[in-house]
Design a binder for this molecule. Structure first.
Ligand SMILES: NC(=O)C1=CN([C@@H]2O[C@H](COP(=O)(O)OP(=O)(O)OC[C@H]3O[C@@H](n4cnc5c(N)ncnc54)[C@H](OP(=O)(O)O)[C@@H]3O)[C@@H](O)[C@H]2O)C=CC1
Ligand SMILES: C[C@H]1O[C@H](OP(=O)(O)OP(=O)(O)OC[C@H]2O[C@@H](n3cnc4c(=O)[nH]c(N)nc43)[C@H](O)[C@@H]2O)[C@@H](O)[C@@H](O)C1=O
Length: 324
């Protein structure tokens, strides 16, 4: 394991930590983990309390509160269908959110900033597993290229702020995430929550088949969101380099095999078919996690266990999710 950078002060439990997007899948898990560890000075605002696209409001909030740490888990996020359908909104909203937060953080001299990108920033046909150095070496996956460009701009603004202002800010690139608090919308969600809901509803209704989008052959890597939250805090304590750093599990599964696991966890016994009119997206995006492992971090939750915990959460929260 490499040594903790001398430049890093350990976070104090009294540090004022602003978790942007604190009610989302990722922000919620980070908020819960910080609370569990005894961090007592957390800041969070819902999008209706503080719309991060409103530059004036963001500057007012950040300058008034002067957080010691900002964790940016706020973004316009969605699965392949949402990204493919609303590329202009995904590009514009995510650029606005991150530029406003980063500019306000520079104005307020915020000590630590963690920017979250995504594995979709890497080239569609990058060598697998994908190393961080693959960034900008090839064409992007068209179904989420607008979102990816926004994320790449965020990585660049972190690096530029380090160079121009001497910031100890970092960016991390998580693989596909899932877990309690996910978005289970039938159209706009990611594959794992979408399948959990679809298999559950098929079991409840006695439907004879469940339809998967695409061919089922693409491979995806899935990291349980509570492990990501642990990784984010670990990186804030142990990482201070300009290069972005991958966060994943180091193995992937075909969408078809994922569907079989979800079906088994839910207890569905019908058929699984494919709708090949829907896009597959990138064929594979397994992250190389050797750098974060060298830092001393490893994920803990197996895919099956994570799906079981996510399904249990879904069952408890199903009613208010149905309203979404
Ligand atoms: N989910 C995944 O598979 C992956 C996610 N990521 C990254 O993790 C981060 C969080 O994603 P995730 O938790 O899944 O997303 P969610 O959609 O679950 O949460 C997004 C959060 O952002 C907030 N938000 C969105 N727009 C605005 C706005 N205009 N003003 C203020 N807040 C806003 C929402 O606030 P509110 O609830 O109050 O409306 C919500 O809490 C993103 O940067 C995403 O790119 C990276 C890799 C994979
Ligand atoms: C997280 C990261 O990666 C995201 O891209 P993605 O991994 O392609 O997103 P996805 O989870 O929506 O799809 C994964 C695969 O699964 C198949 N698939 C089958 N059946 C359903 C289904 O019912 N829903 C969905 N969404 N996909 C399905 C789908 O056809 C595809 O082959 C970006 O949007 C972006 O958010 C980003 O940063």
């Amino acid at each position: 394991m490499s040594e903790k950078p001398a430049s890093l002060e350990p976070m104090k439990l009294t540090d004022k930590i602003y978790v942007a997007g604190h009610r989302g899948l990722v922000g919620g898990a980070i908020w819960n983990e910080l609370t569990r560890r005894g961090f007592s000075n957390l800041l969070g605002k819902t999008s209706s309390e503080l719309d991060l696209r409103d530059r004036t409001a963001v500057f007012e909030f950040v300058l008034a509160n002067k957080p010691d740490v900002i964790i940016d888990a706020a973004a316009r996020v969605g699965g392949i269908s949402a990204n493919n359908s609303y590329p202009a909104e995904f590009l514009s909203e995510n650029l606005q959110i991150q530029v406003n937060l980063l500019d306000a953080a520079n104005a307020a001299d915020v000590s630590r900033f963690l920017f979250l990108g995504s594995s979709c920033i890497y080239p569609k046909f990058a060598d697998q597993p994908i190393k961080e150095s693959s960034l900008l070496t090839g064409e992007l996956e068209p179904t989420n290229d607008a979102y990816a460009i926004a994320k790449i701009a965020g990585i660049m603004q972190i690096q530029a702020s380090r160079r121009q202002y001497g910031r100890h800010w970092i960016s991390a690139m998580p693989t596909n995430l899932y877990g309690p608090g996910d978005n289970f919308h039938p159209e706009n969600s990611h594959v794992l929550p979408a399948l959990l809901r679809r298999f559950h509803e098929a079991k409840e209704s006695g439907s004879k088949e469940v339809v998967l989008w695409g061919t089922g052959t693409p491979l995806r890597e899935f990291l349980y969101v509570e492990d990501l939250a642990d990784a984010c805090i670990y990186l804030l304590e142990n990482y201070d380099s300009p290069e972005t750093i991958n966060v994943g599990v180091g193995e992937d599964v075909s969408i078809r095999d994922l569907a079989e696991i979800v079906s088994s966890v839910v207890g569905y016994e019908g058929k699984i078919t494919q709708d090949v009119t829907k896009p597959d997206g990138t064929p594979r995006k397994l992250l190389d996690i050797s750098r974060i492992k060298a830092l001393g971090w490893e994920p803990k939750t197996s895919l099956r266990e994570g799906i079981k915990q996510t399904y249990e959460w879904f069952l408890v929260n199903e009613e208010n999710l149905r309203a979404k």
